[in-house]
Design a binder for this molecule. Sequence first.
Ligand code: SF4
Length: 192
Amino acid sequence: MRDRFGMAFGIFELFISRLSSLVSFIARYANSFSRLFVKNLSGPEQVTFFVTDRCNLNCEHCFVDKTDAHPDKELSAGEIAKISEGMGRINYVTITGGEPFLRDDITDIVRILDKNLNPSLITILTNGLLTDKISAKMREIMDACRNSDVLVKISIDGPRQVHDKMRLRDGSFDSARTTFLKLKELKGYTGT
Ligand code: SF4
């Protein structure tokens, strides 16, 4: 009888010790789990700004209607500031168009989003045609951005022939490649 009681007590002890391990495991990771879910529920992680519908290409696969481009209806840098002021922190911000580097105020736009949204990464999509302007603007942007890393994504559709055919412009592949090499020179530049 005593043996049976001892065995039952041992099982009970084992159960309690497993239970307390489980409780301490849950306590230890609850914070991380809750942050994971609450973070996802608290707002968007990513936002994309279409800053223009103008473009210096007319790719066959493009969904942007450039025949109906309205530069006068683009959001101004001031309007982007007003919109982004109340958005809270957004981890990933993408800037696209059209061709975003056609905006002469692209540096201001990136500076505003860097300040107001405090993202860890701002990505700018480009066709890479405007080599000198992109390079100069990226230098300015790196000087202006205090919070975020900035990534430039240059669209490449395939080897030279395929790319130029899809972009409906001879030389567009070479321009994109030149821009890539020019931006590579900025690697390690941390701003002034
Ligand atoms: S570069 Fe981009 S925005 Fe411009 S036409 Fe091509 S796909 Fe459209």
